[in-house]
Design a protein around this ligand. Structure first.
Ligand code: CA
Length: 225
């Protein structure tokens, strides 16, 4: 599936492109509104991720231009804090959703998946790994049938680990995916949240299936040892 990314800030464009490609999407980037609109109108894309403040042609004009030709192409806007009025206008003009910068990649991915999901199609809405079940629509998580109450960030972290079962994921990979491109590399926030997850998932003496892989990262184990 091909996604068009219209974003003039190169570090953000690269961050999003890398993340989406790692998830199996093909991504084309446009760095100004004119190029973005021209590409959107080619019909080659399943979805557009659109920044609002763009050179040459603003994001709102791009949404309008897309909607003149294509009513069904999903558009997710990226807005900065303080652009509330533009956000509302964008939704009025036909954008499907928006995210406020800075955002975590996992959040963008969830919005994209929601837009690309056909009505009635459930694939991608739930994850089942090693006794853990997670539902993106209801945000419910349970382990061996028992409900586990997670915060939004804990949910995103667990979802990311569950999407890559049995893989060793580095700290940088996880921080990028769950906390976004502007995390502090010296942060211990990941260790803290892994601790929260282990505590919440590991009730009743049954250890949480999240392994620390020494000087490499973390791994969610799918089968009981
Ligand atoms: Ca911009």
């Amino acid at each position: 599936m091909r996604i068009l990314l219209v974003e003039d800030e190169r570090p953000i464009a690269e961050f999003v492109q890398r993340g989406l490609e790692a998830e199996g999407y093909a991504v084309s980037c446009a760095y100004d509104g004119e190029e973005g609109l021209a590409l959107a109108r080619t019909g080659d894309f399943a979805l557009v991720v659109l920044d609002l403040l763009l050179p040459k042609l603003g994001g709102l004009e791009v949404v309008k231009g897309i909607r003149e030709k294509n009513a069904g192409l999903p558009v997710i806007m990226l807005t900065a804090l303080g652009e509330t009025d533009d956000k509302v206008t964008g939704l009025d003009l036909g954008a499907n959703d928006y995210l406020t910068k800075p955002f975590a990649f996992a959040e963008l991915l969830a919005r994209i998946r929601a837009q690309l999901r056909q009505p009635g199609q459930s694939s991608g809405a739930t994850l089942d790994v090693g006794g853990l079940a997670l539902d993106f629509r209801t945000r419910n998580v349970n382990r061996n049938g028992a409900a586990v109450d997670l915060t939004a960030r804990e949910f995103e972290l667990l979802a990311y680990l569950m999407r890559h079962p049995d893989q060793v994921l580095s700290r940088a990979q996880i921080l990028n995916a769950v906390w976004g491109y502007d995390y502090d590399p010296g942060t211990n926030v990941l260790e803290v949240y892994i601790g929260y997850l282990r505590r919440k998932l590991g009730k009743d003496g049954d250890e949480a299936p999240i392994e620390t892989v020494r000087s490499a990262g973390y791994r969610l184990v799918s089968a009981d040892a």
